[in-house]
Ligand binder design. Structure first.
Ligand code: GRG
Length: 312
């Protein structure tokens, strides 16, 4: 992981020209973990609450909520106001992982270093825990976001709906499942990843910015940024699936090969895939340059680099 990027200012370290990304990440993760911990309850019955907490609080990189907070910061907003939405994004992500791991989908028994939700609570409860997390996500925005004007919240709800449903995660997952065992071209592979992975990453930065009242120009730049990091994220995911171990990943390595999935390394080879990811991250960062006043984009720029340098 690259721990530092150069900026024109440093509010985070007090040292001019230096942004301490490692400290930023640690601080942000701690805040997100606290907010996630306080976000559930009083769900009844207790068994449902337990299954929801099991996956929501199982760790993970917390990239999505942190992207949301960083976009809010870039826009000049108060990150505390964006925290309920940041939590909502992690809830949607977590529910998609629970459902993705089900026997009817990817059929996996390891996630975030633990047995998958359905292995512990059974398939029916895992489906319902996912459903409850998804609906709770919308509750976080609509009913648990004090201080954010209703008009902004409505836009956030709209963006989350687009990212979650047929135009986003669900649509991408359907095409992904349909393509298993088939020859897939690069265009279709990009379609899958822009929907399955990219749409929610786009929502992370757009919702954070919307809460802070971003201009249309900034929203457009963030959309370009999200496309770049979304595809790069997935290319690295494909590379790690063949190069990293299950212990490090916390999920089953080599899964793409056994499920006969088309991946970037399969289509382009490892070297070209990595070059493509680097180029996409460079494009993503470029889009934010006009908005990088006094280092305000430093967190999003460093998060883009983190996506290609990560080892899990
Ligand atoms: C959202 C309504 C709704 C349904 C979900 C199952 C499904 C439909 C979609 C599958 C989406 C999916 C699992 C995409 C893969 C995204 C991805 C690369 C996940 C890994 O993300 P990381 O590495 O994981 O950020 P951690 O554990 O660190 O959070």
């Amino acid at each position: 992981m690259s721990a530092a990027v150069t900026t024109t200012d440093s509010t985070s370290t007090g040292e001019p020209g230096h942004f301490d990304f490692a400290s930023y990440l640690e601080r942000s993760r701690k805040l997100v973990e606290q907010a996630l911990d306080g976000s559930l309850g009083p769900e009844r019955p207790e068994s449902l609450r337990e299954a929801m907490r099991y996956s929501l609080l199982a760790g993970g990189k917390r990239l999505r909520p942190i992207l949301c907070l960083a976009a809010c910061e870039l826009t000049g907003g108060d990150t505390a106001l964006a925290m309920p939405t940041a939590v909502a994004l992690e809830m949607i992500h977590t529910m998609s992982l629970i459902h993705d791991d089900l026997p009817a989908m990817d059929n996996d028994d390891l996630r975030r270093g633990r047995p998958t939700n359905h292995k512990v609570y059974g398939e029916a409860n895992a489906i319902l825990a996912g459903d409850a997390l998804l609906t709770r996500a919308f509750e976080m925005v609509a009913l648990r976001s004090p201080g954010v004007p209703a008009e902004q919240l409505l836009k956030v709800v709209g963006e989350l709906s687009l990212a979650s449903g047929a135009p986003g995660l669900v649509g991408g997952q359907v095409v992904d499942l349909e393509c298993e065992g088939k020859d897939v071209d690069l265009e279709t592979l990009e379609y899958i990843h822009l929907h399955k992975t990219g749409a929610l990453l786009r929502s992370c930065v757009l919702t954070g910015a919307l809460i802070a009242g971003a201009s249309d120009e900034l929203l457009a730049a963030l959309t370009t940024y999200a496309r770049g990091i979304g595809l790069a994220f997935q290319i690295i995911d494909d590379i790690l699936d063949v190069t990293a171990s299950s212990e490090v990943l916390g999920k089953t390595a080599g899964k793409d090969l056994t499920a006969d999935k088309t991946t970037y390394p399969k289509l382009l080879g490892l070297e070209e895939s990595r070059q493509r990811a680097d180029a996409l991250v460079a494009e993503a960062k470029q889009a934010l340059e006009p908005f990088n006043r006094n280092g305000s984009a430093a967190p999003l720029l460093a998060l883009a680099d983190y996506i290609t340098s990560r080892d899990r």
